[in-house]
Ligand binder design. Structure first.
Ligand SMILES: [Zn+2]
Length: 209
């Protein structure tokens, strides 16, 4: 069954950059707590090129002693009710949901986004060894989504988070993932001044580069 994709992502470039900077700030908050530098925000598009952030999350694997406490999963947890009366900030019937992550989501988080009805996934730097957004086939069940995916948003700043995080941790067990990530993204055009306008990274889900 061919699923309809909503396209293009209904955000101005400046709004994409703003959302990614919010995700970067969330990643920095995680670093201050001793976590890996990955941040995420969930937003709802307003139809006029902007979006309202309804939830935030950063990696919490260290705090929760759980390998799957990824930024995106934490953001979804923060977006829902706590089962004790807290109102969800992401309504069950929300449309035009945008997931914004500083790093390309893994298979789990890409799958979680599809299960959550996310229409648009924006991410910063590529995760070539993981490649989650290309390894997940969208479900065909009626409440799931086949999101439009765009990477390379403020990718240089997202990568710098890892460069800074690695300082002093080189060669440690904890650093292996980051060392590989940085090695694999060294020549992909990400640089400190990347504003996310690199056309090579646009609409990658559509034209699978
Ligand atoms: Zn993940």
């Amino acid at each position: 069954m061919e699923r309809m994709k909503s396209s293009p992502i209904p955000l101005t470039d400046s709004e994409k950059t703003r959302l990614m900077r919010e995700a970067i700030a969330e990643a920095q908050l995680g670093v201050s707590e001793g976590e890996a530098p990955i941040g995420c925000v969930i937003a709802l598009a307003d139809g006029d090129g902007a979006a309202k952030i309804v939830a935030r999350g950063h990696n919490r694997g260290v705090a929760l002693k759980r390998k799957n406490a990824h930024a995106e999963i934490i953001a979804f947890e923060n977006a829902g009710s706590d089962g004790a009366g807290r109102e969800p900030t992401l309504p069950m019937d929300a449309e035009n949901i945008i997931l914004v992550s500083t790093l390309e989501p893994c298979v789990m988080c890409t799958g979680a986004a599809m299960e959550s009805g996310v229409s648009f996934i924006l991410f910063g730097m590529d995760a070539p060894a993981d490649n989650g957004t290309k390894r997940v086939k969208p479900p065909e069940s009626p409440e799931s989504a086949d999101p439009v995916i765009e990477g390379g948003i403020v990718a240089g700043e997202c990568r710098t988070l890892f460069v800074d995080w690695l300082k002093g941790k080189e060669g440690t067990e904890q650093a292996k993932f980051v060392e590989q990530l940085l090695a694999l993204t060294e020549t992909d055009g990400s640089d400190e001044t990347d504003s996310g306008d690199n056309p090579d990274h646009k609409q990658r889900a559509a034209d699978k580069t």
